[in-house]
Design a protein around this ligand. Structure first.
Ligand code: 4AD
Ligand code: MG
Length: 572
């Protein structure tokens, strides 16, 4: 087939029924194959598509090739047929090849499973792949192996579906909060206060890189610190000697010229000492910059970039509270960092958190908001990502869609910590938990999952935890033993959301900070929110990747974030 004789995009206007991608001359594969008629109604149209070949095979003794093309717009592929007269087929069929082509949509012969296919008229671009060198192994690859290919794993059906679901959940998050009048606040990533008071923060410092630079400078000028110190001592002795010489000449009433000459020598020796001392100061800076303790045994952070100790945030809560205490309903949604050495399938060192904060709201309001939000997310996926969810149900977890439906449509169970512990204590009479159950413990993941998976079989909100196991900012209840905290626990995952009503009483908050052995200074600004126009308020944090685990049924949190960071691993 000669492309000159065939209809072309330039000669034909695209029929109104096919939706062209914006900012590109192509049509998204989604808008062809996701139509209710599977694309049949578009037969005869000439369009451009681009994508990566999932599978390609030459047929008819090399006369033509079929390519399964995917452009990431949906899980389904478009079947593309290329004649050997149009392009060299062996360059198109390897898995991973990128093509941008123009062709005519045609009905395939009766009996084939495709509703529509594209017959290529013109090849606009080819990004070839040497099949022998393509890094992704052939056939079924475990998610664990795929983690070694962070830069290519988005080309697999599963990881690209996760990416679309993740995107949908982010969009749904903004939709939910915007719909309910919340303002999106960007809280800082670099902070000087530890929100959870747990000391699990990554430090941000330029001391080490500066030290490296200085050490290099020192090395270039070949300075040996011990030799330098000795040199300074010698030079100081010379200054002393020269000083004495001047004094002696003066008392012996020597000639003006002789005294002047001696004074000049003295000045010169004093300058030498000064120069050496400057060099030594540079050396001292290297020590400081390398984070080596100074003479009083402390690291001098006034030398550091921010002139004080700084960290990556573990939560945007404290900062977003400042805006809640002025704009009433706000939320932040950003990356958070925890330097806990957890190797579990539920923890990351870098993860995303959605944190709303509501003024004039108590713990009940907080629970209502969290429940409505999680249900909204589940319904959103059913409404907007059904094809990707079908892929999850087929390949990962057969119950994924039913779970979303159940969560979206039924109420969460709410139970106080005290009652939850009573249930667990009773259960431990017959069931063996690895961690002992008694009032006062922090619920372990096995306890949380017992409540959600075995007792209630749905999301459970546990509230009013013992104050000893919760953060300083949570409101102390009247019993003085518990705080107005709440955790949303979900089947298979355990904790999805952690939140609380905040302590709005200045005195109580201050004594909680001290009680937990935290320094007051970094929290003075936070206390100001209580000093001036304090307001009862509540909020929570939803772990975005935990939500993805819950929705998709994927086992390991490292597979639901594009570039996972965990102990020993920070690729790309
Ligand atoms: O319960 P957490 O620690 O609560 C806070 O940080 C509060 N300041 C939030 C707030 O009230 N604004 O964390 C909130 C959620 C957890 O429920 C969990 O889903 C998730 O963040 N999370 C993690 N997700 C992945 N990896 C980790 N290491 C996580 N740590 C917490
Ligand atoms: Mg928590």
């Amino acid at each position: 087939m000669s492309s000159d004789l065939a209809p072309t995009l330039d000669g034909l206007s695209l029929a109104g029924t096919v939706e062209k991608a914006e900012f590109s001359q192509r049509v998204l594969i989604r808008s062809i194959v996701n139509r209710p008629d599977g694309g049949e109604g578009l037969a005869g149209q000439v369009i451009r598509v681009g994508g990566w070949v999932k599978t390609g095979r030459e047929q008819g003794k090399g006369a033509f090739a079929f390519l399964e093309l995917n452009d990431g717009s949906c899980p389904a592929n478009l079947q593309v047929m290329v004649d050997s007269e149009v392009y060299k087929l062996s360059d198109l069929v390897p898995r991973g090849t990128c093509i941008h082509v123009e062709g005519e949509l045609k009905l395939p012969p009766e009996g084939t499973k495709q509703k529509i296919e594209l017959r290529v008229l013109k090849v606009l671009h080819v990004g070839t792949v040497d099949a022998a060198k393509y890094p992704l192994p052939k056939g079924k690859i475990s998610l664990e192996v795929l983690r070694d290919f962070s830069h290519l794993r988005s080309r697999t059906n599963l990881i690209s579906a996760v990416a679309r679901i993740r995107n949908a959940l982010a969009y749904a998050t903004h939709t939910f909060f915007q719909k309910h009048g919340f303002l999106y606040i960007h809280t800082p990533i670099i902070t000087t206060s530890d929100c959870e008071g747990a000391g699990e923060m990554f430090q941000v410092t330029t001391l080490f890189s500066e030290a490296e630079k200085l050490v290099k400078e020192m090395k270039q000028s070949a300075v040996d610190p011990a030799a330098l110190e000795a040199e300074i001592k010698d030079a100081e002795l010379i200054v002393k000697e020269k000083g004495t010489a001047v004094a002696e000449l003066k008392s012996a009433k020597a000639s003006k010229d002789a005294i002047k000459a001696a004074v000049d020598v003295l000045k010169k020796s004093q300058e030498d000492v000064k120069k050496l001392q400057e060099k030594f100061k540079l050396l001292e800076r290297v020590r400081l910059s390398a984070g080596l303790p100074t003479r009083d045994g402390r690291i001098d952070y006034s030398e550091d970039f921010f002139a004080r100790q700084a960290f990556l945030t573990v939560s945007g809560q404290l900062q977003v509270e400042t805006y809640a205490c002025a704009l009433s309903s706000v939320y932040t949604f950003g990356p958070t960092f925890r330097a806990e050495n957890s190797h579990t399938s539920r923890h990351l060192a870098e993860f995303w958190m959605v944190e709303p904060e509501i003024a004039f709201a108590d713990l009940q309001d907080d629970m209502n908001c969290a429940e409505a939000y999680v249900k909204f997310l589940c319904q959103w996926l059913l409404d907007h990502c059904f094809d990707d969810m079908e892929l999850m149900a087929k390949n990962v977890d057969g119950t994924a869609i039913d779970r979303l439906k159940a969560v979206a449509s039924s109420d969460f169970h709410r139970i106080s910590y005290t009652d939850a512990v009573a249930i667990l204590e009773k259960a431990s009479e017959v069931k063996k938990f690895d961690n002992k159950v008694e009032w006062g413990i922090d619920l372990a993941s096995e306890h949380e999952r017992y409540l959600t998976d075995e007792v209630f079989k749905k999301p459970v909100i546990v509230y009013n935890y013992p104050k000893e196991i919760k953060a300083f900012y949570m409101k102390v209840n009247e019993d003085q033993k518990t705080v107005a905290a709440m955790d949303v626990l979900v089947p298979r995952i355990g904790e999805l959301v952690g939140g609380s009503q905040r302590e709005e009483n200045y005195e109580v908050l201050k004594s909680r900070i001290l009680e937990l052995g935290l320094p007051l200074e970094p929290y003075e600004w936070y206390l100001d929110l209580r000093r001036y126009g304090t307001v009862p308020h509540s909020g929570f944090g939803l772990g975005f990747e935990r939500m993805l685990l819950f929705a998709t049924g994927i086992e390991n949190i490292r597979d639901v974030i594009p570039f996972p960071r965990y102990p020993g691993r920070a690729d790309l």
